[in-house]
Design a protein around this ligand. Structure first.
Ligand SMILES: C[S@@+](CC[C@H](N)C(=O)[O-])C[C@H]1O[C@@H](n2cnc3c(N)ncnc32)[C@H](O)[C@@H]1O
Length: 310
């Protein structure tokens, strides 16, 4: 039977690249970047659409989007026409993303809005029908800790849908590879088909990420009810953006994206409708160790510094 992978455009492209020892988009971008002296960060109490509309077109490398899902989790989580609202900020996301840009959209397929009108599935269907952005991966965030259940299997995962603005999307796999353990390395080293440098690089973390949810008493917690672990945000930031690029989170909640962006040497814009984001951001950024000095711009310095206009 014919090997169908020979007709796969992704494989053909990768093989062509390997043959001419070409550089991947991550290496190309990295090679041409000026050294970073500092990163700039903005935190605003602002409606998501207002924030997005203030950003220049094609200026953002990564949008981290963890929206309210109409499930009455809090006062901010109830909507009359969820889909109309959500599609307005999804369309804005597409506008602000650079051609290499990525969108990480959080959700849980099991969370169906009480009115049946808002969940990740609806947003995925909208984006699929539109056929503008590209669904690159549906990441399964698997955790061992969660609620018990008697009438169904206890849920232990949420999803993160990774959409790319275009086929030119940036992806730095090497930044998030997982090292092989010594025993596996020894076993694989006997396989002559595998290159030693590939073994040293580590393995692809796959699209199933086993990372714990934050327990109530986790040291990372700043008080927001749906705070995501820094570990999850960090893998997204490292793989889907590059140093000196801009990361935006307009449902910033606990300010975890701000913290990770500062630590990882990316510029960032964070916004949330709730003023609590300012206190959470202050807690997140206290005593941070950053790869590059990081500066939070004051309200007076917004509209944004030209650095955000790519
Ligand atoms: C699911 S939480 C985000 C949690 C965040 N990812 C974290 O890890 O901390 C959704 C956030 O959206 C905010 N929000 C709700 N409606 C909003 C709106 N119209 N504009 C901006 N933020 C809004 C809420 O205040 C809440 O903090």
């Amino acid at each position: 039977m014919k090997n169908r992978s020979h007709a796969n455009r992704g494989h053909i492209g990768m093989n062509a690249l390997r043959k001419r020892q070409g550089l991947h988009s991550s290496e190309l971008l990295g090679a041409h970047l000026p050294p970073l002296e500092e990163t700039l960060h903005v935190v605003r109490v602002v409606d998501c659409l207002e924030l997005l509309k203030s950003l220049p077109t094609a200026s953002v490398q990564l949008v981290i989007c963890d929206p309210p899902y109409n499930i009455n989790l809090a006062v901010w989580d109830t909507f009359d026409d969820y889909l109309a609202w959500a599609t307005s900020w999804l369309d804005e996301c597409e506008r602000v993303l650079a051609p290499t840009g990525n969108l990480a959209l959080f959700g849980g397929l099991q969370y169906q809005g009480e009115a049946g009108s808002g969940d990740l599935l609806e947003l995925l269907m909208h984006l699929r029908r539109q056929k503008r952005m590209l669904l690159v991966n549906l990441i399964i965030w698997h955790y061992a800790n969660g609620m018990g259940a008697h009438r169904f299997f206890a849920n232990r995962h949420e999803e993160i849908a990774w959409f790319a603005k275009s086929k030119r999307y940036f992806f730095d796999l090497d930044a998030v590879r997982i090292p092989f353990d010594e025993a596996t390395k020894k076993t694989y080293a006997r396989d002559k088909r595998l290159r030693p440098e590939s073994l040293e690089k580590g393995k692809n973390p796959t699209n199933v990420w086993a990372m714990g949810r934050l327990n109530g008493n986790s040291a990372e917690r700043v008080g927001h009810p749906t705070q995501k672990p820094a570990e999850v945000i960090r893998r997204l930031v490292r793989a889907l953006s590059y140093p000196g690029s801009t990361v935006v989170d307009f449902f910033a909640g606990s300010g975890v994206t701000l913290r990770v962006a500062m630590e990882e040497g990316r510029h960032s814009v964070s916004g949330d409708a709730s003023p609590t984001v300012l206190d959470y951001a202050a807690t997140q950024t206290k005593n941070l160790v950053c790869k590059v000095p990081a500066r939070v711009l004051g309200e007076a310095e917004v509209p944004l510094h030209p650095v955000f206009a790519n």
